[in-house]
Design a protein around this ligand. Sequence first.
Ligand SMILES: C[S@@+](CC[C@H](N)C(=O)[O-])C[C@H]1O[C@@H](n2cnc3c(N)ncnc32)[C@H](O)[C@@H]1O
Ligand SMILES: [Zn+2]
Length: 164
Amino acid sequence: MERSRGGAAPSSELFAFNQLRARKKELKFARSPIHDWGLYALEYIPAGDMVIEYVGEVVRQQVADKREKVYERQGIGSSYLFRIDDDLVVDATMKGNIGRLINHSCSPNCTARIITINSSKKIVIYAKTPIEPGEEITYDYHFPIEQEKIPCLCGSEKCRGFLN
Ligand SMILES: C[S@@+](CC[C@H](N)C(=O)[O-])C[C@H]1O[C@@H](n2cnc3c(N)ncnc32)[C@H](O)[C@@H]1O
Ligand SMILES: [Zn+2]
């Protein structure tokens, strides 16, 4: 489950968030050398721009824990659970957008941030570096360290070897 990095949105972020909803970035999903499917830019995205909202169903921690076990039993190999805070998790497994297809990289071109829009927490993916058309969109999942390790296949020179 991805870790949250939070903060209230200043008015410029609210404006940018509304802009993002009005005019979505041109993106596509396709097979990824990192893992299964990934998300790609179809247009140039300047550093600092919002790329996409990570949309899903907001559920309590306990619900997310139960669902995680069900998904594992069902053989869903990818985790689409993203932690917002100590109690809330966004589950994009069944209800989500293509933001859920963004893979992890240890040298990512994006970063995920939690912002509060009209009292509601949103996960927004921001460009960390300028992104060229055709580049895969990635961010650092910041998974907590666990005993059961997930090997990282991001392929970057600075790869930490594991997602968690
Ligand atoms: C939110 S999904 C990303 C989309 C995924 N590629 C797919 O096709 O559904 C997260 C899952 O993708 C896989 N994944 C993402 N980045 C990875 C990486 N750098 N190395 C290995 N597996 C990765 C892991 O299985 C993780 O649980
Ligand atoms: Zn890596």
